[in-house]
Each structure stands twice: as structure tokens, then as C-alpha cells.
Design a protein around this ligand. Sequence first.
Ligand code: ARG
Ligand code: ZN
Length: 849
Amino acid sequence: MNDASPQTIYLKDYTPPAYLVETVELTFRLAPAATRVVSRISFRPNPDATTKDFVLHGSDMSLLWAKIDGAEITPSISATGLTCEVPNAPFIWEAEVEIAPDANTALEGLYMSNGMYCTQCEAEGFRRITYYPDRPDVMAVFTVRIESDLPVLLSNGNPTGSGEGWAEWHDPWPKPAYLFALVAGDLIAHTGSFTTQSGRDVALNIWVREDDIGKCAFGMDALKKSMRWDEEVYGREYDLDIFNIVAVDDFNAGAMENKGLNIFNSSAVLASPETATDSDFERIEAIIAHEYFHNWTGNRITCRDWFQLCLKEGLTVFRDQQFTGDMRGHAVKRIVDAIDLRAFQFPEDNGTLSHPVRPESFVEINNFYTATVYEKGAEVIGMLKRLVGDAAYQSALDLYFDRHDGEAATIEDWLAVFEDSTGRDLAQFKRWYQQAGTPRITVTDSFVDGTYTLHLAQETPSTPGQSVKHPFVIPVAVGLLGQNGQEVVPTTVLELTQAEQSFHFEGLSGRPLPSILRGFSAPVILKQSQTGAEQAFLLAHDTDPFNAWEAGQNLARAGLTAMILDDAKPDRAFLDALRLAIADEEKDPAYRAMLLALPSQENLAQALFDAGHTPDPDRIYASHKALREAIANHCQAILSRLYDEHQLTGPFSPDASAAGKRALTNAALRYLSLSDGPSRAQAQFDTADNMTQQLAALSALLSIDAGRDALSAFEAHWSKDRLVMNKWFALQVASAEPENAVAVTEALTQHPAFNWKNPNRFRSVVGALPRNQAGFHRADGAGYRLLADWLIRLDAMNPMVAARMTTAFQTMSRWDAGRQAHMRDALRQIATAPGLSRDTAEMVDRLLG
Ligand code: ARG
Ligand code: ZN
């Protein structure tokens, strides 16, 4: 145990822990530069172990003393842990270590944020707090004593005592160390309460700094809704007397599901109408639900090892998506999830970072908290549900909770539950967990004598380390439409299991128009040749709202492709179809707002690359802009009517219906600013009483280069609100012209309020650049160099965030030789930076291929 150099860890090498832990008692004497942690841990040999070596993880701490069964010992210590001789029987380990939370800039383990102490232990942060078997299959009952002069002292479980300068907590539910949490600070609580279905009262608290107390009501409401929903839909009740949420300003991720003490990035919980947009409200509701749902899918049933991360994350994302659909409408939610999957997971799955939903090896597990593990992991569960049906899904989940409660489980356990409860063989389905890459499904069809035949062929491109791909089981939801748009065959789920397969529909009176992959029934790329007329027909008539939207996107994409490649004019058929669709008062406003959003520039680059072209980001940018102008002019009258007719009066409400109207008027406003100039947007900016409308107006002004004054007014008004200022920074980078984006980003890094050590602020400036596609991919490589310089600097402070941001380079192979060479240079520059972290080194290594 004296090797600190990076090692690859393999799923196939899993061995059970040599020692199990019964109970853990921890005492914290908090001090910024020298916190003392005393531990008392009862170990016993694991009867299933294959070794007797006693190894505890630990780093960035000094050991003051250690005892086994009361006798002082001298372990052998390395940079990553310690070993020593132990009895071949149950024994008590005691130790005291010293750590320095104020020097912890990685924000893993125990660290400080604005004078408060907090922790982040997933995945392997607990080993920076004390020596411990820091692996998720070691589950133990924790008792914690905190000593500090700070007024609020929190840990997991239920409070068991407190006094002047101390507090004690006991968590009766055995848990892995990654779910440990501690918070100490000068905080106040927004309180609430919840009565569970069996009648137990639970105290609810959202702990914040005094300034933020007005931003908690929405989160509290979302928490109660989540608790109720999990009871009603999954039969899962909360299991402690208290549930605490804490908002933290410096946080690497979105939030963390520590047992009974969820810790949130303040951006993922704090919201008021004045400071948060409708998308913030929706995101906050979803993240609160997500972390709460982890109590059963993650905490009560946890993961055997980190390769099984999707067991908790895929399932919990799937559950939070169901929840949001129930709260806000399933049609729009499915579209939003598909857009996100295509924007974040598809590029990952089709680039050098491609990996299976359950990876088979890693160097640094923090690098695998990815869209593939989370979002594709959720898609895999959605497919499983579609294949077995809703009732069978519910019985399987009941069996899962019954069988594995209190355990650290695997994907094999998860699939066995479905096999045992449904009798279905899931051997082929398991490939979704093992094979990386996005399957392509090519569609051909024929119609003979009243029989319509769909022929589906699947193919998955090779990915790093996986050159051969075997066919997946793919649920393809299909409906058939007749001449007048009536549904001649309602939605049917075809099971595509072979490389090629035909499906027949008999007894039809005429050739139908197929609507394929309804509801985005599988995370695949569909290749079908549709005419513009067919796409326009589906946009107008498809009874499946997802595919109607999809048809509009396909029509837009086809037109844009012709503009990009062949200098075509904006497609008149698309403009007419869009105008018709948005005027349809049967369609709800949120849905019409989705129709008005064009495929993103990133989406176009990916589609062009897929079709064998080398995308040119500048041409994509210019065509996108030209089509938006054409829409603005073509639809001016209806857009102006929609803008006026969907204005809301009365006090702001973040509910889905009001948010949908704002989404529609704001989408219209953006176009109307192009056709009619800045006056509407300026008026909306001046009178807005909520952030949704203020920010949309500012964004519309910036998009026509009329936002200078509004930008300063916004800054002057909001300079003290960190979360709002993040928007101010990010919006400027996002709306910069391609040739200015690097300079704008650079200038903002000189702004006095730019604090690169705060992850949210860093992400809203430097992290915003890659999302400005044409700006980041400037042909001279200046965007790549700027990002590389900053990532090298950040890596020395915060490896997790730096490593994550290298994903901006994952689409390297998509671009022309000149850009590829610049990207490669930037990556090499990062790779050779002195003292590079293991996190970033692994990423750059994979990116360079
Ligand atoms: N489990 C947390 C969640 O999904 C995220 C933890 C992120 N940790 C990390 N090392 N990236 O809610
Ligand atoms: Zn999660």
C-alpha cells in the first residue's frame, strides 16, 4: 500500500471486504485548520472474505494514535491508507486523526464554504475524514458527536442530544460511508412537517444562511410532494424522525442524498420568483425529488461497488422523471428528456469517452458520474418497463425492495428480480448495461395487398474497447396513420431483437404513414427516409405528441441541412407547417414553445457528422440565425398574437400551466425582437416582476445586440445575489457572436465578481464557453486554448470539476483536421501540466484515445 500512482480498477476483480463493520462512533472537534476526528469502529472478520488483510483507506490526514482492543499500535501508513495486524475475531479499532477543512479546495471530504463546515463523501470522500474501509458494500450504524461553537450542528439520522457547543446524532439505518454527512454553521431553518402514510410525523428543515431564508418555500413544497409521491406510486415511506436539507454555495455537483441530511448546491434548492426562472423551479423540484427518492433507491438499497452506480442513479433518475411528468405533464417532459439525452449523452456515447451504462473499469470513479450512467441508465429502465408492462414493473419493484432492503446490490440482482417476477429471460436485455454506443435503426417499408411491412435493421458503431456489438432488445413503439390522419393502428410496441427483422400489419385498406419510436421508446438514432410532406403531415396529425414534435424537428433539420450544405433558402414548407402548428389552440402553450425551438447548433453538427459530412460551426451558426429570422418574419402576426394573448396577470406562480404560458410568450418574444426590434423586449425587461421574464427579455435584447443598458441595469440590481449573477455571466458568454465569444469569456474572467474557486461561478463563465458552439470552436483554436489554460489552473484546486469540464473536447473526431489539431494541442498541453490530478489525467488520456 505505498503506491500513489494511478491504477485501473476492474469490475471483474471485485472481492468481498475482508472485515465488516457493525458500528461506528465518530467525535468531531471542529477547527478550520486542525479538526480532530476520533473514531471507534467495531470490526468483525467477513465469513465470505477471500483475504484476511486489514486495509483502511485514508488520505490527506495525520494519524495521532491508533488502538486495537485498547492497545496502542503502529500501523504502516501510505498516501492512500494503512494496514496492520488484527485479531482473527471481532475487535474494536480506535484512532484519532487531524484534518484541515480550510485547506480542502477539492470540496471532497470535510471542507469549508463561507464559514460553514460541510461534507461531500460520494464517491470516495470519507477516506479524507478518517481511516475507514471506504467502499459501499461495508454498511454500518453511525453515531456522531460534533463539538463546535457554531450554532447549528447536523449529521445523519435522528438527533439524540445537544448542549452548549455540542450535538449528537444517531442513524439507526446501516449505511456505507459515502452517505455520511456533517454540517456545522451559522444557519437558520425554513421548517415544515410531513405525516407519513402510516401516521408518523417527520420534521422537515431547509437550512440556509440568513440572507437566503426567503428562497426556501418552493423547495419545501417540492420535498413534501416528493414524499407523498413516493408513498403513492412506489409505496415507499420515509424512515427517520427528521429530514434535513442544507444549501451550500461551494459544491461540485448538484446535490447529495446523505441519509437524512441531503446537501445541496445552493443553485439546486434556493428559489424565489424574483431570482429563479421557471426552468430553475422545475430543475429544483426534480433534484429535491431525486435526492429524496435515493432514500430507497441508493440508501436503503445501495450499490455493491462503484461499477454498479447506475443501479441507484439510473433508477433514481427514472423515478424523478416519472415524478416530474406526473407534476407537470408527460408529453413535454419526454421531449425535454430526449433533447437532453441527445445533447449530452449521445455525444458522449459517440465519442472517445463512450462507456457502457455499467463501466467495466475506471481509474477515478468521479469521472463516471456521466450522462451515460445517469440518463442512459434511466432510459434502460424505461425500456425494461415498456417491455414487461406497468403492472409487472410494479411487482418487480416491490420484490426488489423486499429482497434487497439493507443490502448492497448489483445489476445482476436488479435483473434477477425482473426475471423472477415476470419469468422473462433478460440475458439479451443485459447488453444495455454492457455494450456502449448508440444503436442506429434503419427503417424500410413496403405495402402489398393490404399488408404493411416494416423492416428494421439495427447497428451499433464500435466504441473504445468494444469493436464487436451484438444486437440489443429494442422496444420500438409504432403507430400507423391513415390518409386523413386517423390512427389505423394504435401504438404497438415491437420488440426488435435481431440485427434485422420484419413486422407485418395486415388488413389495411391503404398504405399507412408510420409513426416510429413513439414517445422516444428507446435511446437510439432512427434512420428513415421521410419526405418533407410526410414530416409536415406528422407534425399536424400524429396523435403521439413526441413524434409530432419530432417530425417538426426533422423538417427543420432537413431545411437547415440544405441551408448549411447547399446555400438553400429557408424551407417554405417548414415555415408554413410551423405557423399552422403554433396557432393550434388545442395544443398546450408549453408544447407550442417546444415546437418553436429549433434543433440546437450542437444537434446539427452531430446530425451532419452522422450523415458523413464534416460540420462547419460558422455555417451552422449562420444558417440557424437565418432560419430564426425567416420564422420571425413568416410568423410575425401569429407570434405577436400569441405574445399578447398568453400574458398572465396576478401574482407569479411557478406552476406548470403558468410556466408554459411564459415559455410560449418568451419564445415568441425572441422571434419578435428579430422582426420588430427591441421595444417589446425592453418593455418586458423594464416591467418584469419575475426572473423568468426579466432574463428572457435580457436574452432577447442581447440576441439583437440591443442589451447593453439592460445588462448594466441587471448587474447593478443583482450584484449581491450570487445565483442571479451566475446567470448574468453565463448569458453573456452564451449570446456572444462567434468571433467575440472568447474575448467576452476572457473579459468576464477579469470581472471583480469572477471567483474561479467557486464551482458555480467557474461553470457560468469558463464552462459556458463550450456551449457557444461556433465561439468555442473558433478555427484558430483560441477557444480551446482558453479552456485548457483555465482547466490546468483549476485542476490544482479542484480536480473533480476540472476533469468534468474536459468533456468539452469529447466531440473532437467530428471536426475538420485544423480544429482537431488545435484540440489535440490543447489536450496535450493539459496532459503535460506538472502535478496533473489523477482525475484529469484519466480524462485527457481517454480523450486523446
Ligand atoms: N449521488 C449524487 C446524486 O446523483 C451525486 C454525487 C456526485 N458525486 C460525484 N463524485 N460526482 O444525486
Ligand atoms: Zn443521484
